[in-house]
Design a protein around this ligand. Sequence first.
Ligand SMILES: *[C@@H]1O[C@H](CO)[C@@H](O)[C@H](O)[C@H]1NC(C)=O
Ligand SMILES: *[C@@H]1O[C@H](CO)[C@@H](O)[C@H](O)[C@H]1NC(C)=O
Ligand SMILES: *[C@@H]1O[C@H](CO)[C@@H](O)[C@H](O)[C@H]1NC(C)=O
Ligand SMILES: *[C@@H]1O[C@H](CO)[C@@H](O)[C@H](O)[C@H]1NC(C)=O
Ligand SMILES: *[C@@H]1O[C@H](CO)[C@@H](O)[C@H](O)[C@H]1NC(C)=O
Length: 173
Amino acid sequence: MIQIRDAVFRLGPVLWWLLMFSFCCPSGTECNTTNGSFECIDPCVNYITLNDPWRSRENRNDTIHCDRNNHWSGWYRFYLGQISAQIPNECIEENRCGTHAPLWINGTQPTQLNEIVNRTVCNAWLGSCCHFATHTIQVKLCNGYYVYKLQQPSTCRLAYCAGTVTTKNTIVD
Ligand SMILES: *[C@@H]1O[C@H](CO)[C@@H](O)[C@H](O)[C@H]1NC(C)=O
Ligand SMILES: *[C@@H]1O[C@H](CO)[C@@H](O)[C@H](O)[C@H]1NC(C)=O
Ligand SMILES: *[C@@H]1O[C@H](CO)[C@@H](O)[C@H](O)[C@H]1NC(C)=O
Ligand SMILES: *[C@@H]1O[C@H](CO)[C@@H](O)[C@H](O)[C@H]1NC(C)=O
Ligand SMILES: *[C@@H]1O[C@H](CO)[C@@H](O)[C@H](O)[C@H]1NC(C)=O
């Protein structure tokens, strides 16, 4: 009897950990398991601001950036100046967005508030809207803006493009 109690006592935290790991967080949030402790992170709140004027889809300047050189970690919200921005959902002309091959999302935006979707990122180069290998990122619709779990593109010189937000999903409360 004592042995069983002892075993339960010892295994308790492990079982709890497994339970948490399987069911961890509500949809739209992410499980952060840093140092063995759990936290449900909402990317709409816990994001890094990306405010590079050179990412603008209107930018034709020839300073060339490469997002493969960035160590992307976590979620990002785009701005152009004071205004929320988003990665365009249409093919962008080459040599825009402060790079050679602008990165754009081939797919629709999420439409449900708090919805997280996976999307393919294409790159425009040599007359093709999807020239180099594509990669996948996650997109979440927040209240009037998007956040993106950015990943490194496959090569240089590719960089995420930014345009103005077109969401009509702003919730007025
Ligand atoms: C995680 O643990 C390491 C080593 O004990 C410690 O240096 C670090 O500050 C911890 N990080 C957090 C976020 O608690
Ligand atoms: C492009 O270059 C011009 C002249 O250097 C500068 O005034 C402008 O701010 C630049 N635009 C962007 C989007 O970087
Ligand atoms: C996870 O939690 C740690 C410690 O609080 C923090 O440093 C890290 O940025 C978090 N990760 C994400 C993706 O929010
Ligand atoms: C989205 O991608 C993640 C890994 O990046 C995967 O775990 C998840 O199942 C994917 N979701 C859908 C709906 O495909
Ligand atoms: C975008 O994705 C669709 C569906 O996967 C695909 O048919 C289409 O060829 C892609 N567009 C480009 C420019 O590659």
